[in-house]
Design a binder for this molecule. Structure first.
Ligand SMILES: [Zn+2]
Length: 185
């Protein structure tokens, strides 16, 4: 995908879209494109009722995330090049994903994380996150590395998820232009 996407055309990609497996590259600039993408991603995340959205989920393969872990409308945080630099504790809790609608599973995550990231104004910050915010950070950073939460679910739990994964795979195929349609062109 081009470095400069048509921002209004960005949509949340759904499993099994192969772009969800992209490894995001470092984001170097903090100019107007980042502002536009922040607004568009915040809009998509708000409409879908999510707490976090990674740029790879909208097909923009750069290390960039927006979060709203407080649940307050409009309280959007946006970060470039985030990384988790420390993890502590373990906790299992139910998780879902805007790219896997209708699917939830228990996932083991660190209880607290320390994050280093660049804010949209260019300042590098470090902070601790716990609870929902810690889970959201780990989930979004997985996305930037091509990971989905279902990759972290055990084999037994995965069997339970299979019917829903299959129906998402079917829906995805229906949305793709068929080979027949391509030949006719
Ligand atoms: Zn997700």
């Amino acid at each position: 995908m081009s470095r400069f996407p048509d921002v209004m055309k960005l949509r949340i990609l759904c499993y099994p879209d192969p772009r969800l497996r992209d490894h995001a590259g470092d984001l170097k600039d903090t100019g107007s494109l980042v502002k536009e993408i922040t607004l568009r991603m915040a809009e998509l995340m708000g409409e879908a009722g999510g707490v976090g959205l990674a740029a790879t989920q909208v097909g923009w393969p750069y290390r960039f995330v927006v979060l709203n872990t407080t649940g307050e409308p409009g309280k959007i945080e946006a970060y470039l090049n985030p990384e988790i630099i420390a993890r502590e504790g373990k906790v299992v809790a139910e998780e879902g994903c805007l790219s896997l609608p209708g699917l939830w599973a228990k996932v083991r995550r660190a209880e607290r994380v320390r994050v280093r990231a660049t804010r949209a104004d260019g300042e590098v910050v470090e902070f601790d996150a716990e609870g929902l915010a810690a889970r959201a950070w780990q989930h979004e950073i997985d996305h930037l590395e091509g990971g989905l939460f279902v990759d972290r679910v055990g084999a037994a739990a995965k069997i339970l998820l299979r019917p829903r994964l299959h129906s998402l795979e079917k829906e995805y195929k229906l949305l793709l232009p068929s080979d027949e349609a391509k030949k006719k062109k």
